[in-house]
Design a protein around this ligand. Structure first.
Ligand code: 5GP
Length: 213
């Protein structure tokens, strides 16, 4: 990924299933217009109320595997028996146009993206407690007890990788979580390494001014 300051930042948001990532993302995107959320492709069945092209592009396994072969996904992973992947074209276009692109993906994918593009910012949304996570998963009412168990087991595995993230944000209060995330992204844009052009311009201007005196 280039250090050109006009380009957006690539942000990966992960969190255990039930941590409330989806709600946090919706609110963040509604409030601020610098973000573009990548819509993933998945082989899992749509949940009640989900629409093709809005939450996900729902495809069959053959289609998914073909997209992998054609190099049309940036990364993909298997999560609880289904494929999930990030379509390449949209992400590249949006970054080019200056948007901060959010990939809401699980940990394996997140680590792959960081390896490919080291200046990716990895953000982890944590529930206030494990108990609260379980309560949210159950009260969502969209999954069977068996699926909930699988997702809780997966959280135990995922927790081993939390240290690899750049920032941990707790989703206790929705508004606070959104503001904290946005604050981090603002700070990221101020990193010296992402402002090489501004630094160079300042250096040149200073040299010219001091020569002129
Ligand atoms: P869900 O089935 O609850 O919508 O998503 C299950 C998990 O898959 C979540 O942790 C979600 O962040 C992750 N996920 C969604 N899209 C992608 C993707 O494109 N790539 C990867 N690696 N994970 C994804």
């Amino acid at each position: 990924m280039s250090k050109d300051t006009k380009k957006g930042a690539l942000l990966v948001v992960s969190g255990f299933s039930g941590a409330g990532k989806g709600t946090v993302m919706k609110k963040l995107l509604k409030k601020y217009d610098n973000y573009a959320l990548s819509i993933s492709m998945t082989t899992r069945a749509p949940r009640a109320g989900e629409e093709n092209g809005r939450e996900y592009f729902f495809v069959d396994t053959d289609t998914f595997e073909q997209k992998i072969e054609e190099n049309k996904v940036i990364e993909y992973a298997k999560y609880c028996d289904n494929y999930y992947g990030t379509p390449r074209e949209y992400v590249e276009e949006q970054l080019e146009s200056g948007k901060d692109v959010i990939l809401e993906i699980e940990i394996q994918g997140a680590l792959k993206v960081k390896e490919m593009f080291p200046d990716t910012v990895l953000l982890f949304i944590m529930p206030p407690s494990a108990e609260e996570l379980q309560r949210r998963l159950v009260s969502r009412g969209t999954e069977t007890a068996e699926v909930i168990k699988k997702r809780m087991d997966r959280a135990v595995e995922e927790a081993l990788f939390m240290e690899k993230y750049d920032y941990i944000v707790i989703n206790d209060d929705l508004d606070r979580c959104v503001e904290e995330l946005h604050g981090i992204v603002n700070t990221v844009h101020q990193e010296a390494a992402r402002n090489e052009e501004k630094i160079e311009t300042m250096k040149k201007e200073l040299e010219e001014l001091s020569k002129g005196e």
